[in-house]
Design a protein around this ligand. Sequence first.
Ligand code: ADP
Ligand code: MG
Length: 915
Amino acid sequence: MSTSSVNQRNGTHRSSLRAHSSASTSAAAHKPSLKSKTVLRKSSPAALGSGSSAAAGSKSGNGGDAGVPGRVRVAVRLRPRNGEEMIADADFADCVELQPEVKRLKLRKNNWDTDTFEFDEVLTEYASQKRVYEVVAKPVVEGVLDGYNGTIMAYGQTGTGKTYTLGQLGEEDVADRGIMVRAMEDILAQVSLETDSISVSYLQLYMETVQDLLDPANDNIAIVEDPKSGDVSLPGATLVEIRDQHSFLELLQLGEAHRFAANTKLNTESSRSHAILMVHVRRSLKTESNGNSHMTKSLKPPVVRKGKLVVVDLAGSERISKSGSEGHTLEEAKSINLSLSALGKCINALAENSSHVPFRDSKLTRLLRDSFGGTARTSLVITIGPSPRHRGETTSTIMFGQRAMKVENMVKLKEEFDYKSLSKRLEVQLDSLIEENERQQKAFVDEIERITVEAHNQISEAEKRYANALEEEKLRYQNDYVESIKKLEENWSKNQKKLAAERLALGEKNGLDITSNGNRSIAPALEEVSELKRMVQKEAQLKMAAEEEVNRLKLQLTESKKVEVSGNSEIMRLHKMLETETQQKEKLEEEIATLHTQLLQLSLTADETRQNLERHGSQKTSGGALDSFMSQLKLPQIQDPGNAEKPPVAKLFEQVGLQKILSLLEAEDADVRIHAVKVVANLAAEEANQQQIVEAGGLTSLLMLLRNTEDETIHRVAAGAIANLAMNETNQELIMDQGGIDLLSSTAANAQDPQTLRMVAGAIANLCGNDKLQTKLRSEGGIAALLGMVRCGHPDVLAQVARGIANFAKCESRASTQGTKRGKSLLIEDGALSWIVQNAKTETTAIKRHIELALCHLAQHEGNAKEMVKEGAIWELVRISRECSREDIRSLAHRTLTSSPTFLTELRRLRVDIR
Ligand code: ADP
Ligand code: MG
C-alpha cells in the first residue's frame, strides 16, 4: 500500500472528521473511506472497555450457535522518548500527535500536512500500565472467564514497547506490571480452584518452528487442527497448572530465560521471534437448584466453560533489510518474516472480505486462526515510537492497525457438558446407593426376623393362656358337678327321711301296729284274699257260659256244611252253562263273519257284472304272495281277533282287487268299513303293495277316514296303515301335502287307546325322519302333537315319541353339519329337551336308545349347547359317554362333548373329567 493512497484516504477522512465530531452517530454513513467502512462495521456493541456485553449477550442466548459479531479491537500506544531520542530528536517534534479524548492519532507527514486516524483506544506516552490493561486486555480476560476464547496481541517495531506492554513482570515496581501478569491476577481472583482450573503453555515461534519455552528440549511442536471443529491445539506443548500468582511469575521468568538461551544458541534476537502465552481456563458452572428434584439435578451433566487466552508478543514489524547486520541469508530473512507477512496478508484478506484467507501459509496464522475471523474476542495493541526517524515504520504499523480494525469475528461461547464428571459423580452416587441398599436390606431382614420371633412368642403366649383358661374352666365344671351331686345326695337323704317320717305318721293315724322296718300288718292282705276269691268265682261263671255258646255254634256249623255241598253243585252247573253259551257265541260270530264276507262278495260281484271285467286280471299281481304276506304282517295290533280270518281276506284281495277294497272304505255300513280298513292296513304293511295303494288313492282314503269317522278302531287301523305308508319318502310328502299332520294330531288328541296313540306316534315319527319336511312338520304342530302324546305314559307310545324326536334331531344335526341350519333346534324351541332329560334314565330300552341318540344329535349343533347345559342335558351326555352299553353311541357322546367349546368350558368349570 503506497503512502499516497493513505494520504488520499486520510485527506477525505480529515475533511469529514469535523462533521464527525458533532454528529458522531451519523458520521459513518457519509464516509466512503477505509475508516468509514470501519465505522460501518461497528455492528457489535462490544468495544474495548465494554466488551463483556457481547459475552453477556451470548450467555443469555445460545452459546453453541453461530455466535455474536465482535470486531477486532485495536488500540494504539505511544512509547515515551527514550534517552537516545531525547538527545537525537531534541530539535524535532514527534512524528505523531495523539488526541486520546477523541481517540484519534495525527501522523505528521511533513511540516504542513498530517494524516488523522481513529482507533478504538489511543494511549499516550503517559498512559499507565494499569490503564492499558483495563482498556486493552480486561474485556478480553473477562470474556475468557465467561467461556470465550480471547487474544491479546502486540504489533509494532522493535523497541516500541510490545514486551513492556505485555510481558513486564513489575518485580521492582508493581505499577510496571504488564498485561500477562495482570491478566493472571484477574483470572486467579475470579476462579475457584476447587472447581476450576488454569493451565498455561509458553511458546516461541521462530523461523516456522514452534518451541516450548517451558521445556527447551521440546523444540519442534506440531500444530494440530481438529477437522470437525477447526480448533487448533498444540498437544506436544508443556501444560503447567497454575494455582497462584507466584508460580505464574516463576513460569514467565523461566520462559524468558529459555527464550534468551534459545536465541543465543540460534544466533538471533528475541525481536525476531514471536512469543505466545496460552492460558486455558476451565470453569464449572454452578447448577441451579431452584425447584428441580434431586433426581433431575443429579442426572444433569455439569456445564463447563473453557476459555483460552492467547497473548502474543509478535516479532518486530520493521523490515529485515533495515537490520541486515544480523547476517542472515535472504532465505533465512524470508523465513524469519514469513509468519508476520502472512499475518498481514490474512488481515488484508479479512478486511476486504476476500473469499480466500491464506491462514495455512504460516504457522503463526494457523495458530491465530481463531483470533482473526474466528470465534475469539481479539484485542490488538499497536506500539509506536515518537521518533520522526522511524516515520515509515510507524506509518506501516498504523496501517496494519487500521486494517485489523476491519476484521470481524463471530464470538462464541465455549460451553460444553461435562459428561465425564457427571458419570464419575453418578458412579459415586450409585455406589453409595448400593451400599445404602445393602444396609437397608440387612435391616429389613433383621426386622422380619424380629417380627417373626415376636409373633412366635405371642402365639405361644396365647396358647399358654388358652390352655390355662381351659384347665380353669374344666376345674370349675368339675367342682360344680361334685357340688350338684352332693346337693342331690343331700336332697335325696332329706326326702328319704321325710318319707319315713310320713309313713310313721300315717301308721299312727290308722292305729295299726307298725314295726320299726315299716312292714304292713296282715289286715289289708286278708281283705285282698277275699276279693280275689270273689273274682275267681265270677270267672268260673263266665267260663261256663262260654262253653255253652261254643256248643251252640258247633251245632250251627254242622248245619251250614250240609247246605254248602248242595250250593257247589249248583255253581258247577252254572259254569257249564256259561261255557256252552260262550261256544255258541263264538260260533255265531264266525257265522256272522262268513256272512259279511259273502255279502261283500255278492255286492262286489254285482258291481263287477255291471262294469268291465278287464281290470280284474291286472289287479291280481300280488295275489300269489298274499298268504305269506298275511303271516308276516308288520303291525301286530292288526292281528287282533277280528282279523282272524286271513284266508278269506287274502282271497278277497285276490278276487276283487285293490280298487274295490278301497271303495269299501267309504261304505255306509260301519262293519264293512272296519273290515275294509283292516284289509288295506294289512296290504300296506307289505312294502311291495305300498306304491300300488297310494296310486290307487288309498292314502287319501285312509286320511279321509281319520277325518270323517269317530270310530276309534278305524282310527287305530287307519293310523297304522298310514304309519306303514309313511316309511316311504314320497308318501311322507303326500301325507304332509294332504294335511296329514293336522289329522294325525286331532286323532291323537281324541284317542283313548294307547295302541291308537302308538300308531299315530309311529306315523309322525316316520315323518320326522324326512330332512325336507322339518320346518313344515314343526309349523303344523307335528312336534307338539308328538310331545302331547306322552300324557298316556304307555311305553310303546313313549318309544315312538322318542323315535320321532331322535329322527327329527338327526335331520337337524345333518342340516347343521351341512351349514344349512342356524340357531337353536326347533325341538328345543318346542320344549322337547326337558322331556328328553326327564326320560333319559328310563329302564325301557327302546325309549332309552332313541333318547340317547336324540341327545347326541342335538349336541352336534353348537347352537344348542347353551340350552343343553342349562337344562342339564350335558350330564346325560356325560353319563351316556361313560355308561351307554352301545359302544357307538358311547363314543358319539364322548366325541360330541369334547368337540363343543361350550361343553368343554362348562366341564372345565365344574372340573368334570371326561377322559
Ligand atoms: P519491544 O518489545 O517492542 O522491542 P520493549 O518493550 O523491549 O520494546 O521496549 C524497549 C525499551 O523501551 C525498554 O527499555 C522499555 O522499558 C522501554 N519502554 C517501552 N515502552 C515504554 C513505556 N511506555 N514507558 C516507559 N518505558 C518504555
Ligand atoms: Mg520485545
